[in-house]
Design a protein around this ligand. Structure first.
Ligand code: S3P
Length: 443
């Protein structure tokens, strides 16, 4: 669904202590992959804890368009009857991935080695994001691609009738590129290899192994070398989706910043390829306690307790960027209230997310009285004892920009407004009731 709906302005104001349990939604990355691998396997995949955000619902609709049966059977509980590797049918209409870069890029990969044609589109934000990082490697498999100037959507892919396996080194740290190549490799004969210099989130590799593919990761001097054997018969599996550490980051940050707060977040993913934000918070002196570490659905999860306390600015090394790539907007809000500057290095990829997140955060923080310096691939936020607030922030159809500034408003002197909170529904549909339930004044 493209977001043509009227903007939904929202306001957050200074709040008393946040208390309670934050049951954040299912992980967005795992949810997309569960639907796509369910659609590519034989038999019934029962998914529990699926994120029912618009991004994931759009991927579910796309899987139906490619011939899978996708049914909602309860809250967060979905059943997929797949068509098997190479079994996708040609969709009758255009595939609209709405706001979701992960959705469109992974689905392009999943169909690129099947001899069908599909056209992909999305909302105004997605239509500004680069697609050649995906379509270039897909062309190496033999897919034919037609796109707009600059590699923008809409993109039409004519899948390879006679695909060849590919050995591909990702030019930037991106789990979407890695995953698109691996999903395309499923229907190519022989071994498809992806080499990544920096580790990125590994949900695709974990889930492919869980569905019975032969896939291995070797750690070498060039980085991670991931080798997938093509043409497996994927076996449908139950998938228990862990809670999303990227969504948890918002109530966690709010509890750290609002004096007197203490909250718990149960069952949140602790996948080491996703934990950079929590590592950084620990460096800043945050009071975080992890308990009850366990494995659920092939992913490590634990319960997290967060208490308010003083924080100090830190330097986030470039090597950590991939493991917290979606958390820099909310980290920059936390940094605004830490003692001293926080320097974020190696963050150029933020410029091609749902918005240019460096520009959006720098503009919004400055408008609210915070000093920020930015370069092409870094951002420095100067912490202060109290943030004036009082500005309206442009969110550029970006859910994480909207949620970040609503958290800022909980601790700033004057309320913070966002011009459009509508996109929050792409990843965290219950953000407002959940935050209000903890005591946040947001509306
Ligand atoms: C994702 C990968 C990341 C991340 C996105 C989800 C995924 O994008 O920003 O929200 O599920 O693979 P990149 O791979 O482009 O860094």
């Amino acid at each position: 669904m493209s977001h043509s709906a009227a903007p939904q302005p929202m306001t957050a104001r200074r709040s008393g202590p946040l208390r309670g349990e934050a049951r954040v939604p299912g992980d967005k990355s795992v949810s997309h992959r569960a639907l796509i691998l369910g659609a590519l396997s034989v038999g019934e995949t029962r998914i529990t804890g699926l994120l029912e955000g618009q991004d994931v619902l759009d991927t579910g609709k796309a899987m139906q368009a490619f011939g899978a049966q996708v049914d909602r059977v309860g809250e967060g509980e979905w059943v997929v009857h797949g068509v098997g590797v190479g079994g996708f049918a040609e969709p009758a209409g255009v595939i609209d991935c709405g706001n979701s870069g992960t959705g469109v890029r992974l689905i392009m990969g999943a169909m690129a080695t099947t001899p069908i044609t599909a056209t992909f589109t999305g909302d105004a934000s997605l239509s500004r994001r680069p697609m050649r990082r995906i379509t270039d490697p897909l062309a190496e498999f033999g897919a034919q691609v037609t796109d707009r100037e600059g590699g923008l959507l809409p993109v039409t892919i004519r899948g390879a009738a006679d695909p060849v396996p590919v050995r591909y080194r990702t030019p930037v740290a991106s789990a979407q590129i890695k995953s698109a190549v691996l999903l395309a490799g499923l229907n190519a004969p022989g071994e498809t290899v992806v080499i990544e210099a920096e580790p990125t989130r590994d949900h695709t590799e974990r889930m492919l192994a869980g569905f019975g593919a032969t896939i291995r990761t070797d750690i070498t001097d060039e980085g991670r070398v991931i080798t997938l054997q093509g043409r497996p018969e994927l076996q449908a599996q139950p998938v228990a989706v862990p809670r999303d550490p990227s969504s948890a980051a918002f109530p966690v940050a709010a509890a750290l910043l609002v004096p007197g707060s203490e909250i718990t977040v149960p069952g949140v993913s602790r996948n080491p390829t996703r934990d950079g934000f929590y590592v950084t918070l620990a460096d800043m002196g945050a009071d975080l306690t992890w308990t009850n570490d366990r494995i659920e659905g092939g992913e490590p999860v634990a319960d997290l307790t967060v208490r308010h306390g003083p924080l100090r600015g830190v330097t986030v090394p470039a090597e950590r960027a991939a493991s917290m790539i979606d958390e820099f907007p909310i980290l920059s809000v936390v940094a605004a209230l830490a003692e001293g500057p926080t320097v974020m290095n190696g963050v150029a990829e933020l410029r091609v997310k749902e918005s240019d997140r460096i520009a959006a955060m720098a503009d919004g923080l400055r408008a609210n009285g915070v000093t920020v310096e930015d370069t092409r691939d870094s951002m420095t936020v100067h912490g202060m004892a109290s943030v004036p607030g009082g500005a309206t922030v442009a969110t550029h159809l970006d859910h994480r920009i909207a949620m970040s500034f609503l958290v800022l408003g909980l601790v700033s002197e004057a309320p913070v407004d966002v011009d459009d909170g509508g996109p929050i529904a792409t990843s965290f549909p219950d953000f407002l009731p959940l935050m209000r339930g903890l005591g946040a004044q947001i509306g």
